[in-house]
Write a protein that binds this ligand. Structure first.
Ligand code: FE2
Length: 269
């Protein structure tokens, strides 16, 4: 679903919209890709979050991040920022460029009820600190989780045990990975066509900018189309708790949501 967020950033909302409200524990997935500054230059001026994590992964361009604790930095291509908003953070996310391509993703990962009010924190890594696993015809950037070949990503989140892989496949090459049977998982196509082996004995094709929810299982097997493919493979442990959303706050009850708004308005973040 095309959407506009922040001060007027054009993006595509893949999760967190009417046809896919959430994929527990994932509350939202926004994809942005534009070389027209009008689509992104306004950025995301200061705004709050409480109760979950925002995960920014940039493929192209640079974003400057600032928060109300005085923390500031620039996310560069290939870099990940895994921000645990916890009890509350106010931050801005602004393009650090006036033209050129800006491309990336923001994923929201829920926190369990007894961790929504944890202290905020960051796990932030530039591209050179993200392991690149090489297989036959495949390159796998491991942001979090551990691959079947034993490569672990630098981000650690035992509460939802996420797997976040950025996989590039040469034409016709196959790739497989283990997924925890209890986890929800999806593939997001970045480039080319990714053919996913289906239990229904046929093959599902995931094209560029398409999201495919994987059925329950413990292994995913895919093959790249004739022009190769690049995709995200993301999974996480569902929390199976009540979700009450109000814009940038995601809590378990309406009372907690009201409290979040009051705390933000009274400067208690
Ligand atoms: Fe934000």
């Amino acid at each position: 679903m095309p959407a506009t967020d922040g001060a007027g950033v054009e993006l595509v909302r893949m999760i967190g919209q009417p046809s896919l409200d959430m994929l527990d524990p994932f509350l939202l997935l926004d994809a942005f890709r534009s070389d027209n500054p009008d689509d992104y230059i306004a950025g995301f001026p200061p705004h709050p979050h409480r109760g979950f994590e925002t995960v920014t992964y940039l493929l192209n361009g640079r974003m400057r991040h600032k928060d109300n604790t005085g923390r500031e930095g620039v996310i560069e291509p290939g870099g990940i920022q895994w921000m645990t908003a916890g009890r509350g953070i106010v931050h801005s996310e602004m393009p650090e460029q006036e033209d050129g391509l800006l491309e990336g993703f923001q994923l929201w990962v829920n926190l369990p009820a007894d961790h929504k009010m944890d202290q905020p924190g960051y796990q932030e890594y530039s591209a050179e600190h993200i392991p690149l696993e090489t297989r036959d015809g495949a390159e796998v950037r491991v942001i979090t989780g551990t691959t079947c070949q034993g490569t672990s990503g630098p981000v650690v989140q035992p509460l939802t045990e996420p797997l976040y892989l950025d996989v590039s496949l040469q034409p016709g090459k196959a790739f497989k990975e283990m997924i925890d049977r209890e986890h929800n998982a999806f593939i997001y196509g970045i480039e080319g066509e990714t053919l996913v082996e289906s239990t229904a004995s046929d093959t599902a094709t995931v094209g560029k900018d398409q999201l495919a929810i994987l059925s329950q299982g413990d292994e995913v097997r895919v093959t790249a189309g004739d022009h190769g493919s690049r995709f995200l493979l993301i999974s996480g442990k569902p929390l199976r708790e009540a979700v009450v959303r109000g814009g940038p706050f995601v809590m378990n009850t309406h009372q907690q949501l009201r409290q979040a708004m009051l705390d933000y308005q009274s400067g208690n973040f």
